[in-house]
Design a protein around this ligand. Structure first.
Ligand code: TTP
Length: 186
């Protein structure tokens, strides 16, 4: 397998690939994310993952490029990264005491060949107090994360259970990525 390029500014995706020993180089992507919903949340994350991979910068011809996009879906509403503290507050109040899903779209692109898929994890949250939400927002942790929390950070205190892939919630379902790379390269 020749070089894998991760078209992502997310430190989590880079760390997850490192954790399982998938060698890669991190590159930037010129893709501009939009909050536009293209028919369904799944279509949206898959399209954004593909957009990020295809717009990778400085990648040699013929290399393998990986892009990903993660969103939270609660009661049919898509929660991306909060734009403001008020946005984060609204998201955390919505997620409190309820179950939501985290969907990550993944695209692997080699030249004009594309493999695009997604993974969904259900996450159960305990009921949060106003104090817990306000203290959490003050840590700054919510601001670069879909749904305004990080399961790998202090947000772990609120997760009473998950169904599905843990790494998918953090931003990349590494087990599915690994299986797909094995299917492609044998
Ligand atoms: C729900 C959840 C999301 N997240 C993160 C994963 C993603 O990095 C982020 C969602 O934003 P994304 O737009 O998917 O990714 P990004 O902007 O961080 O990076 P890039 O587009 O350059 O690849 O939320 C966590 O780190 N922990 C969590 O528990």
């Amino acid at each position: 397998m020749s070089g894998l390029y991760l078209a992502s500014g997310s430190p989590r995706r880079h760390e997850l690939l490192d954790q399982v020993g998938i060698a890669h180089t991190v590159v930037a992507s010129a893709y501009e994310e939009s909050n536009e919903v293209i028919s369904s949340p799944v279509d949206m994350v898959e399209a954004q993952a593909l957009g990020k991979a295809k717009a990778a910068i400085g990648v040699p011809d013929g290399s393998i490029v990986l892009g990903a996009d993660t969103i939270v879906v609660h009661n049919g509403e898509i929660l991306g990264k909060p734009a403001t503290k008020e946005d984060a507050r609204r998201m955390l109040h919505a997620l409190s005491g309820d179950t939501h899903s985290v969907i990550t779209g993944v695209a692997i692109v080699i030249g004009n060949q594309e493999w695009v898929f997604h993974n969904e994890t259900f996450v159960h949250f305990k009921t949060l107090s106003i104090h817990e939400i306000e203290s959490y927002i003050d840590t700054g942790e919510p601001m670069d994360k879909a749904g305004a929390y990080g399961i790998q950070g202090k947000g772990a205190l609120w997760v009473t259970g998950i169904e599905g892939s843990y790494t998918n919630v953090v931003g990349l379902p590494v087990e599915q990525v690994y299986d797909t790379l094995r299917q492609i390269f044998g």
